[in-house]
Design a protein around this ligand. Structure first.
Ligand SMILES: NC(=O)c1ccc[n+]([C@@H]2O[C@H](COP(=O)([O-])OP(=O)(O)OC[C@H]3O[C@@H](n4cnc5c(N)ncnc54)[C@H](O)[C@@H]3O)[C@@H](O)[C@H]2O)c1
Length: 383
């Protein structure tokens, strides 16, 4: 099916960003939001962004006007009747999403594809609220959508395979890289990234290393652009804690995804990170803090523990059919800016060593949290 007209429902941070990407890729793009102020904010913000890109010579004046011609902002949902694809990016609430899907289905053609940009809700559950669930799928963009290259394409149990083929082509036309994720908690990126935060929080809570040391170790030894605590402060603890909670709950309280009390307390205190002026660190951070010291042994212990949990999670996701090895790696590099894909990293370190590290943690803690994936053995045999 050929797509040339797209509707974006919800013109907030994600909806506006996705609309920008669609318009710049040449799609006629209709934005709808039930809140008139949000519509105006989005119109102003996209006008400002295109003017800024023109003033920096990133786009020409003709391109700017072409992109704006492709966009329209609507306060009435009936405007979307002729579109071939709808991308919903409204508030993260299943009941409110269900209501809008039934309104959308009453307006669009029978062949129109409907997608949700949800980060945490079950795509199969959302599809089940539609009259025609076969046309429904997840299309998960990352924030900020114009800059982040990755889009997770998530078939619901009910999705017609032809819909997924159309979405793969659409994502490519947007200039993005699509990966296929099985409908499961956190999809790929939000699931695989959990250990970066949760294992670091455990090490910090056990007083084995300071936040500064853990951040420095992961940057020095792993080549991560940001340490886990710097990154959580940037994302915001309200958001990061809520994603962890949602993944933990959706996995029926598997201890591997258990949230942290220290992060919960930051949320309670309103120390949400950079945006609040305080999280694990105070902002602005002093520029002359000097180098963070740690000894070789601590550096290795911390890095081995965090990277082993990350690789174990990625291997388990592949083992359980959440994604392919190559999509697991692409997703973490493009959706979370990891310096390497986790499967490739595991191959480099050795899957047997990852397994031994996890078994050592299991022996030390006697917790089900530390379970080597069965997939580690399989990948090790293939080496
Ligand atoms: N922010 C992120 O980092 C991020 C990343 C990926 C996916 N998502 C997902 O994208 C969706 C939107 O997130 P956001 O951060 O853009 O939220 P946002 O709060 O910035 O925007 C949501 C918009 O939806 C509008 N809205 C609410 N109910 C509506 C309705 N019934 N009909 C029409 N419009 C309605 C609101 O007025 C608001 O403008 C959520 O499902 C979220 O999980 C967010």
């Amino acid at each position: 099916m050929k797509i040339d007209t797209v509707a974006i429902i919800g013109s907030g941070a994600m909806g506006s960003g996705i609309a920008q990407v669609c318009a710049m890729a040449g799609f006629t793009t209709l934005l709808f939001d039930k809140n008139a102020a949000a519509v105006e904010r989005s119109r102003k913000s996209l006008n400002d962004i295109f003017s800024m890109l023109e003033s920096k010579n990133k786009i020409t004046a003709t391109e700017r006007s072409n992109y704006l011609d492709k966009l329209s902002w609507n306060e009435s949902l009936s405007a979307i009747s002729g579109v071939q694809l709808v991308i919903e990016a409204i508030v993260e609430n299943a009941e409110i999403k269900r209501e809008i899907f039934s309104e959308i289905e009453a307006i669009v053609d029978a062949t129109c594809i409907i997608c949700s940009n949800t980060s945490s809700l079950s795509i199969t559950g959302l599809a089940a609220t539609c009259t025609e669930p076969g046309r429904f799928a997840g299309l998960h963009f990352f924030n900020p959508a114009p800059l982040m290259k990755l889009v997770e394409i998530i078939p619901a149990l009910q999705t017609d395979p032809a819909v997924i083929e159309t979405l793969k082509v659409f994502v490519q036309q947007l200039g993005k890289t699509g990966v296929i994720a099985r409908d499961s908690p956190g999809f790929i990126v939000n699931r695989l990234a959990r250990s970066y935060y949760s294992e670091s929080l455990r090490i910090y809570e056990e007083h084995q290393a300071t936040t500064e040391q853990i951040d420095q170790i992961m940057k020095d030894k792993g080549g991560f652009k940001m340490g886990p605590f710097e990154l959580m402060d940037l994302i915001g603890h309200d958001i990061n804690f809520s994603v962890t909670n949602s993944v933990f709950t959706s996995f029926f309280f598997d201890p591997r995804y258990k949230p942290s009390h220290s992060q919960k307390q930051l949320v309670e205190a309103g120390w949400l990170g950079r945006k609040a002026g305080r999280g694990f660190y105070r902002y602005p951070r002093p520029a002359d803090a000097g180098p963070v010291e740690y000894n070789q042994e601590l550096g290795e212990q911390v890095f081995d523990r965090i990277i082993s949990m990350l690789v174990n999670e990625a291997v388990d996701a592949v083992y359980l059919g959440v994604c392919s090895e190559s999509d697991a790696d692409l997703a973490m590099q493009l959706g979370a800016n990891y310096p390497k894909g986790l499967i490739a990293w595991g191959r480099e370190i050795g899957f047997a060593r990852i397994q031994a590290n996890i078994l050592r943690l299991r022996e030390a803690y006697h917790e089900d949290r530390y379970r080597p994936s069965k997939g580690l053995e399989e990948l090790n045999d293939k080496l």
